[in-house]
Design a protein around this ligand. Sequence first.
Ligand code: TRP
Length: 335
Amino acid sequence: MEITLTGITTTGAPHLGNYVGAIQPAIAASRRTDVQSFYFLADYHALIKCQDPALVHRSRLEVAATWLALGLDVNNVIFYAQTDIPEILELTWLLTCMTAKGLMNRAHAYKAAVAENLADPDKDPDKAVTMGLFCYPILMAADILMFKAHKIPVGRDQTQHLEMARDIAARFNYLYGEHFVLPEAVVDEKNAVLIGLDGRKMSKSYGNTIPLFEPEKSLRKLIMRIKTNSLPPEAPKDPETCTLFQIYRAFATAEESAAIQLRYAQGIGWGEMKQILFERLNAELSEPRQRYYELLEQPDHIEQILKKGAARAREYSVPFLQELRRAVGIRPLTL
Ligand code: TRP
């Protein structure tokens, strides 16, 4: 059976951009019975970016509650926290020992950090670069290779990590025999990048996001703040370059979107369009929002789901790690 796997870094509560780009398609895929899906909270990865324990703790709860509130089918997918699978870390070490440092030197995230430091002559090139950041692709390779995943749905920014995972897997297989499946990135081009409040890509690092489960009142306020041009209500408008329409389309049916496109052609006031967008979003989100806030009050219930998922995941990881230890020569002295 084909195996798909993806991780969600647990830093901060998800926003509309995460929902449209990653969460919504993944939840739809979680209902497929012809593939085995693994979805996990990448909480070891979160420690690389976030050293605030309260935030790390809170984000794990929020991200898990988000996925559950939106209807992730946890009987069908294996849903777990990475930190509940200790075998991942041991595999990370086995892989670290045969990964070329030069390969990691080429990672975009690391190179970007160094380039930023080099722009300032007073800074050390590796300022604020931790070994966690530098070795990030190896941990990610371990996540994937552990479960012999074939297909990895990710954003375009992650494709280099997938190439690295393949390189690392191929090197291990060459040295120790065919143990790993070479994974492939699946980048879904139609899951558009959402535009944020200020007209740039919606991203936590720009501070221009609309949190997915923003309470109704402030959701409305945020939508009213979205930047538009200054055309008068009666002027025909281009939906393709309009943030309001981009967000609307991500939530509406094809027919609803076509009807709104017509309104743009005829001229629609921004105030009215913002109200339409708010109502559409709110209709879509109010039920899961309520479930989300209920789930936040039941951390024990969420913990149980994650522990069950981890037990299922470890049915794969425990025996596979034994196999890998033997392959590298770590086995009882009597054998
Ligand atoms: N690095 C990914 C991101 O930031 C998250 C992630 C960690 C991941 N491990 C993974 C994604 C394994 C896919 C497979 O989006």
